[in-house]
Design a protein around this ligand. Structure first.
Ligand code: NAG
Ligand code: NAG
Ligand code: NAG
Ligand code: NAG
Ligand code: NAG
Length: 534
């Protein structure tokens, strides 16, 4: 293995192992129906005391903008109210589990939703690097979360990969518009389920949180939700520039041998042809167009129309008001460093630290990192230890704290946290590092929030109860503080007060700042969105 070709930018590329679907469990079906302005919603009683309604919220033809449905229909023309939606087309899953007709969501409505006031809704946007994932991925059954928060939970899908983000004629951000259409659909139907369309909180993990950041940067989406929860957003990547998007697009059109205007050619492509071209492009993107990064080369575009601000330090920050929860996990970069970059059990010699940093950051930024006190390398130790800390800071933790400071400085409120207890997500189950005591890898917060960890430990159950209690308060009031739980201080421009969740490992349970100071990451060492001037 040639170490210098490896890069921390591989970070959020988390190719999913093929695993058996379905991940959402069933119980004996008990049919329920609800009358909505769009027709009768048919659903079924799910586990944990919520009724589950799968529905197609928008229809679409390939590479055309989606349109909100005008009639309530089950996903993909199904006539079985207990069936789960098909996923959006993606690699590493059985093709029989996906369909291009995938703009569906699953609503989880507590049987005993509080009757005396309309309920809030939490809309979950799944992760998966914008090219994988679905509403039926492991742990995303929203019943427990809906009951615990006394709210409606909607787990939504959006078009992935080339089908959502590489539109041959040059349009952009269709996947983002899909999510906007999901929110418009909810606006029409929530009252029928006891919900209030003006009380929507968005929550998502990884690229799902990146999608939410995109909506925060899209003025036309602002009225559709009132607060947001971003878990483990790899904010370092920022958006794509229109110029980079155009280059990705023309490369994709070349790979599929269809011109921008040849609709007949585009419609005749098989899904295999589209997915193969997408994977080829994703593998080459970082070499051809370095600002894309390797982690999730396809992502939303700063197009100046839908998405009008980078929401970062490269342009004036807009006035904001929505409350945010911003969390990371303790070892975000664990899967990257211990599985993608250096798979295997053997320690990596300390001398390999610098070449990997150099391949990620280039010589100038590497020199500053090497002369800083933040990433000490033990000459006799394992290079993966400081690489993991650096990767977590670089891609996730520090840019998240930078956003928190900017958000607060411009009128919003933000609460920042970090998970020190997690529950191993299936993707991490074969990575020994992620199973070590005290290690919480990227995605290991998902089961905790949803309350879906199989055989939870007492520490996991305790943390699930705490986070669901805080989410319940936050989606109702914009503040996650609840009597009886430790105070969670709001971020200020000078201190983000990042709170540890799980086992407190530092005095007062406050995450040490270390390299996430305003003077280091984002100033002395630029984030990629600064470095590439996106
Ligand atoms: C709903 O409330 C009723 C009455 O309090 C109770 O008997 C029932 O168990 C509750 N159902 C669920 C699923 O919580
Ligand atoms: C691309 O095609 C779609 C579907 O026909 C259309 O709505 C959109 O305006 C087109 N975009 C451009 C840039 O021509
Ligand atoms: C999409 O929905 C609209 C309105 O419900 C309908 O007229 C149209 O035929 C649908 N298109 C497809 C491709 O299903
Ligand atoms: C999804 O719908 C399409 C079009 O009706 C159909 O051909 C396909 O069999 C459906 N897929 C599944 C898994 O039901
Ligand atoms: C590195 O720094 C030097 C000196 O400031 C500058 O001239 C050069 O353009 C920088 N290189 C990159 C890739 O930013």
């Amino acid at each position: 293995m040639v170490v210098s070709s490896l890069s921390l930018l591989m970070l959020a590329t988390l190719p999913y192992a093929t695993w058996a679907i379905p991940a959402v469990h069933f119980i004996a079906a008990r049919a329920v129906s609800v009358s909505t302005p769009l027709g009768t919603a048919q659903g079924t009683l799910d586990v944990d005391g919520a009724n589950r309604f799968a529905v197609r919220y928008a229809n679409s033809t390939r590479w055309a903008p989606s349109a909100v449905v005008t009639e309530w229909n089950l996903p993909n023309g199904s006539d079985d109210p207990t069936a789960l939606p098909l996923q959006c087309p993606q690699i590493n899953v059985d093709p029989s589990t996906y369909s291009e007709d995938c703009l569906s969501m699953i609503l989880y409505v507590p049987v005993n939703l509080t009757a005396d006031s309309p309920a809030s809704t939490l809309v979950w946007i799944h992760g998966g690097s914008f090219d994988s994932g679905s509403a039926t991925f492991p742990g995303l059954d929203g019943s427990n979360l809906a009951v615990a928060t006394d709210s409606i939970v909607a787990v939504i899908q959006y078009r992935l990969g080339a089908l959502g983000l590489l539109i041959p004629n040059g349009s952009t951000n269709y996947a983002v518009e899909d999510v906007i259409n999901a929110l418009k659909f909810l606006g029409q139907v929530l009252p029928s389920f006891g919900g209030d369309a003006s009380m929507i909180t968005l929550a998502g993990q990884s690229s799902g949180a990146g999608m939410i950041r995109t909506l925060l940067a899209a003025p036309s989406a602002s009225s559709l939700f009132r607060s947001a929860i971003l878990q483990s957003d790899p904010m370092d990547y920022g958006f794509l520039s229109l110029d980079t998007q155009a280059q990705l697009q023309s490369t994709f059109n070349y790979l599929v041998s269809c011109s921008a205007s040849d609709t007949a050619c585009q419609m005749a492509l098989t899904l295999d042809e589209i997915l193969n071209a997408q994977v080829t492009l994703e593998n080459e993107a970082d070499d051809l167009f370095p600002s894309t990064g390797q982690g999730e080369p396809l992502h939303p575009v700063l197009d100046g129309q839908l998405v009008t601000t980078p929401l970062d330090s490269t342009a004036p920050f807009p006035a904001v008001s929505k409350p945010l929860l911003l969390t990371n996990v303790h070892n975000e970069a664990g899967p990257t460093i211990y599985n993608l970059v250096f798979p295997g059990p053997d320690p990596i010699p300390a001398v390999e630290f610098e070449p990997v940093v150099d391949a990620s950051l280039g010589a100038n930024r590497t020199a500053i990192v090497m002369s800083s006190p933040f990433y000490p390398v033990d000459p006799n130790g394992d290079a993966r230890v400081p690489l993991q800390v650096l990767g977590t800071d670089y891609i996730w933790r520090c840019p998240t704290w930078t956003l928190a400071r900017n958000w607060v400085a411009n009128g919003g409120s933000a609460f920042v946290g970090m998970y020190t207890v997690g529950a191993t997500y299936p993707l991490n189950a074969d990575i020994p590092y992620c199973l070590e005591d005290g290690v919480v890898c990227h995605q290991d917060d998902i089961y905790i929030v949803f309350g879906t960890a199989p055989d939870p430990t007492p520490a996991q159950s305790t943390l699930t109860a705490e986070m669901q209690t805080r989410y319940k308060a936050f989606i109702a009031t914009g503040n996650p503080n609840v009597p009886g739980l430790d105070p969670w201080l709001p971020a200020t421009t000078s201190d983000v007060y990042a709170k540890e969740f799980g086992v407190e490992t530092t005095p007062n349970g406050e995450v040490p700042i270390r390299a996430c100071t305003p003077s280091f990451w984002g100033e002395a060492v630029q984030y990629d969105y600064q470095f590439f001037d996106i």
